[in-house]
Design a protein around this ligand. Structure first.
Ligand SMILES: *Cc1c(COP(=O)(O)O)cnc(C)c1O
Length: 220
């Protein structure tokens, strides 16, 4: 794992950005076997990310070690009842999913910690709430105590330059401001993947979701 280099790059990006935020690496282990989360934990990374509920549950079971598991991929509403072992859901990407998460949090008598996924870039291939709707949705969520909105997540377009990335990440930062203005105790900005995490950290990311740069390219 190229963790030492990644950590150095994050530290340097944080200094360039001058925002002084704490940055947590989430090791994204999707498609890899249980050796990937194991090596991440051995290297001192305590936060693991998966796209799919089922794949994550399988690895949790095999791993038999404590970790904070993050769900980062699109979630179907009929899977919300399986979220109990997860630390944070990054992909609350629609009003209907928010309703389902709230209902589940109320039913289990403990709120679900979530990030509001915002589609800053406006790509139709990606999910997320329209930036223009964030303030209204954040206001609506204030009365829904089955979820606790901890911040905002976004995905930038792939293979684009800084001139495209910066406004996308900056837009996510603004969305977080709207969420905070609505009264949520939200301070997490989940943005940055292997190809763009340095720019994301410069722009204020507190959670970076890294797969390829830690574990190599995924097969398939
Ligand atoms: C797969 C994935 C990542 C990690 O991607 P890499 O480019 O391999 O670092 C991060 N976030 C989400 C939502 C993903 O699906």
């Amino acid at each position: 794992m190229r963790l030492a280099e990644v950590r150095q790059r994050i530290t340097a990006a944080r200094e360039r950005g001058g925002r002084n935020q704490d940055v947590t690496i989430i090791a994204v282990t999707k498609t890899h076997g249980v050796e990937a989360p194991r090596s991440a934990l051995d290297a001192g990374i305590g936060d693991l990310g998966e796209n799919k509920v089922q794949e994550a549950l399988g690895k949790m079971h095999e791993l038999e070690r404590a970790a904070r598991w993050h769900l980062i991929g699109h979630l179907q509403r009929n899977k919300v009842r399986q979220l109990d072992p997860f630390h944070l859901v990054h992909s609350m990407d629609s009003v209907r999913l928010a309703d389902a998460l709230h209902a589940y949090g109320v039913a289990r008598d403990r709120p679900v910690d979530v990030l509001m996924q915002v589609n800053v870039a406006g790509e139709s291939s990606k999910g997320g709430i329209d930036p223009r709707d964030v303030a209204a949705e954040a206001a609506r969520l204030r009365s829904m105590d089955g979820v606790r909105v901890r911040g905002v997540m976004t995905m930038a377009p792939f293979d684009v330059g800084q001139e495209v990335l910066r406004p996308v990440f900056g837009g996510a930062r603004e969305a977080l401001e709207r969420v905070r203005e609505a009264g949520h105790p939200a301070d997490e900005l989940s943005m940055g993947m292997s190809g763009d995490y340095e720019v994301a950290v410069e722009e204020g990311a507190t959670l970076v979701r890294l797969g390829t740069v830690l574990f190599g390219t995924r097969g398939g």
